[in-house]
Ligand binder design. Structure first.
Ligand SMILES: Nc1ncnc2c1ncn2[C@@H]1O[C@H](COP(=O)(O)OP(=O)(O)O)[C@@H](O)[C@H]1O
Ligand SMILES: [Mg+2]
Length: 374
């Protein structure tokens, strides 16, 4: 998959730019606060429907303006693709793929897949479970529309169920009503758990291999899915749902008291181990970083296996955080196969040697200029 170019109008600190990208390697350098991350964010937002920095579209609009427009020209197996997102003055979004209007952001997902690695991803191991769930969800949603929609439905039902739990607590609603929501929550919940389990199983050998390579054969990485409800994965659909419902039944009193749903996919986690050691609690900072790197890199191979094509790779400000061995490894993995976008404050932070087959840009207060064509 490729992103050939992007046009931004009133997006973050860009009033009007058009950038044509290199098919292999794009390096965007520039001082702080010049718009490097904004450019990568615009690409990621257009292909996944999500910004990695904000959940509010209003923050994406150039200050003082009313709307933004993004036009992204890309390529995939099936041919060229043009994705357009524009916000209207009433805050609504207009989405188009090859000129055809689309209703939902989720319809943009999976056309061009992307793996984004930013400094926050270093928290993948160290941080809270929600970061690891997000890692899984963005990854799986890009290769499965059904998963993406199930997740949207699950979260909607979860919110409604939580308000019902509160209403029951206040004596405003009848407890019996919960049964209907439980059934729906279980239906989507079971699917999400099964899919996460299936995907983690596929990720394990990929991440293991990468991690062994980076650590020169010294460390065995392991990922263990920890669903908050044990539905016993090998069972048939029906009984898995029964297990889910059983857990809701057991929790019901406590849930009414607290007004929230205490278990389900929204409470899942991944246990990350090197050998038998839990990396989150006992790993060194280096081990935590390398594990995060292995998990991120494994997304690339996973998506290739699922879709037949490599995703694009966005590396925001992470090169300077890696030592030169890891940097080399990183670039070797992607070289020649994965269209890559790297940002950094200086070229020296990215590469120790001059690289050919690339385009170097400089971000300069809302402008992007080509510095060098390699
Ligand atoms: N909605 C917006 N409108 C205008 N400027 C913005 C908006 N959001 C962020 N900025 C500006 O963008 C700049 C940060 O850009 P960023 O891409 O994060 O920089 P960096 O080059 O360090 O990655 C800051 O100067 C910030 O003030
Ligand atoms: Mg930045």
């Amino acid at each position: 998959m490729l992103v050939n170019g992007i046009s931004l109008h009133n997006y973050r600190n860009y009033q009007e730019i058009h950038v044509d990208f290199h098919q292999m390697l794009n390096i965007i350098i520039g001082r702080n606060a010049q718009g490097k991350t904004n450019l990568l964010e615009a690409i990621f937002y257009t292909v996944t429907g999500k910004s990695h920095r904000t959940g509010f579209d209003s923050e994406l609009i150039f200050w003082g303006e009313k709307n933004f427009r993004i036009i992204l020209n890309g390529e995939r197996f099936s041919g060229k693709v043009k994705i357009e997102i524009l916000t209207r003055s009433d805050g609504k979004k207009v989405l188009k793929v090859n000129g055809q209007p689309k209703k939902k952001l989720s319809e943009l997902i999976g056309i061009i897949n992307a793996v984004l690695f930013s400094p926050e991803d270093m928290m993948l191991v160290k941080g809270g479970p929600s970061i690891r769930r997000r890692y899984l969800d963005i990854e799986i949603s890009q290769v499965s529309k059904y998963y993406c929609n199930s997740l949207v439905n699950y979260n909607r039902i979860l919110l409604q169920r939580n308000s019902l739990l509160k209403a029951v607590r206040e004596g405003e609603e009848n407890e019996e009503l919960l049964n209907i929501w439980d059934k729906q929550l279980a239906e989507y919940g079971v699917y999400i758990i099964k899919k996460r389990n299936e995907v983690i199983k596929k990720l394990i050998p990929i991440a293991k291999k990468i991690h062994l390579n980076i650590t020169e054969g010294n460390e065995e990485l392991n990922l263990i899915y920890e669903p908050s409800i044990n539905i016993s994965m090998e069972d048939f659909e029906g009984s898995a749902e029964d297990n889910f419902l059983k857990k809701l039944k057991v929790n019901r009193k406590a849930e009414i008291l607290k007004g929230i749903t205490l278990s389900g996919p929204h409470r899942d986690d991944i246990d990350i181990k090197i050998g038998n050691i839990n990396v989150k609690s006992f790993g060194s900072q280096g081990q935590q970083r390398t594990s995060a790197l292995s998990m991120k890199l494994s997304e690339i191979e996973f998506m290739k296996n699922e879709t037949g094509d490599y995703p694009i790779l966005l590396l925001d400000d992470v090169m300077s955080e890696l030592d030169s061995n890891r940097r080399k490894y990183f670039l070797n993995v992607v070289k020649g196969r994965v269209q890559t976008f790297v940002t950094s404050t200086g070229i020296k932070d990215v590469f120790d040697t001059i690289i050919d087959n690339s385009r170097i840009f400089e971000a300069q207060s809302g402008n992007i200029i080509i510095l060098q064509e390699g």
